[in-house]
Design a protein around this ligand. Structure first.
Ligand code: ADP
Ligand code: MG
Length: 236
């Protein structure tokens, strides 16, 4: 008799799970930049985080990106507890699991577009022999296959941000974090970046985009508002 065995009964862990995670700064005057927060993001979600200046958006992004640690509580990234983990655990986890896109691109001006993308593969676990082919594929994907040898200052803002997106995805991260990704772009370039995000999300990438821009947050499938360090889910 043949017995059908279910292939996978266990679902993937959430990509992001904050458990009572909080971040405070300062000595005499304590600033609660992030109040104790529970926040779960499943694989494949596209989340916008909106809120005014000083509300805690960057604090949240830095915690999610393993650039900072919560002062209390836990952050489980892709099933791995990170809040108390050593930097020798967090650094390779950041390089392999997370891609970053910033408002001001953060490309190295003296390195070519291809070199900028290749640099992201260091510490990421991508095998040496795969690095160049993957960087070329990432740059083709964002429409910059014809700009490989250019230095970033010679590119338009939109091209720079697309190069930064190639750099962010070359390692096939679990999570893409973007902080005001269209903040320095004209409307055509913004639209191209948002189209690229849609395409990446359709391919299964989990996206968290911090933005002031309603056009940007409207593209996400889930919106979370942050005010004075407190997160609140918006009705969808
Ligand atoms: P946003 O990105 O939404 O503008 P931030 O997360 O940068 O806000 O800041 C949230 C609050 O935490 C602000 O009141 C800010 O002044 C404070 N803050 C952020 N980083 C620090 C720090 N390193 N030291 C002290 N206070 C900070
Ligand atoms: Mg900020």
């Amino acid at each position: 008799m043949n017995v059908a065995v279910p292939l996978a009964t266990q679902t993937d862990p959430p990509v992001v799970e904050l458990r009572g995670a909080a971040r405070q700064f300062g000595g005499e005057q304590i600033v609660h930049a992030l109040h104790p927060t529970d926040f779960v993001i499943s694989s494949g979600e596209y989340v916008a985080v909106v809120g005014p200046s000083g509300s805690g958006k960057s604090t949240l992004l830095n915690v999610l990106g393993l650039l900072d640690r919560p002062s209390s509580g836990e952050y489980v990234l892709d099933g791995i507890p990170t809040a108390g983990a050593a930097e020798r655990v967090r650094t390779p986890l950041r390089a392999s699991c997370i891609g970053f896109v910033f408002q001001s691109f953060h490309l190295l001006p003296q390195r070519t577009v291809l070199e900028n993308v290749l640099l992201a593969t260091a510490y990421s676990g991508v095998r040496r022999s795969e690095r160049v082919p993957r960087a070329l594929a990432a740059l083709e994907r964002v429409g910059l296959g014809h700009r490989l040898g250019f230095l970033p200052p010679l590119l338009s803002g939109g091209e720079r941000q697309r190069a930064a997106i190639a750099r962010a995805v070359v390692t096939s991260p679990r999570l893409l974090l973007a902080d005001e990704p269209t903040g320095n772009l004209d409307s055509d370039s913004s639209a191209a970046v948002l189209d690229l995000f849609d395409e990446l999300n359709r391919g299964g990438l989990t996206l968290v985009v911090i933005t002031h821009d309603d056009d940007v947050s409207a593209r996400a499938h889930r919106r979370v508002r942050i005010a004075d360090g407190r997160l609140r889910e918006e009705p969808s």
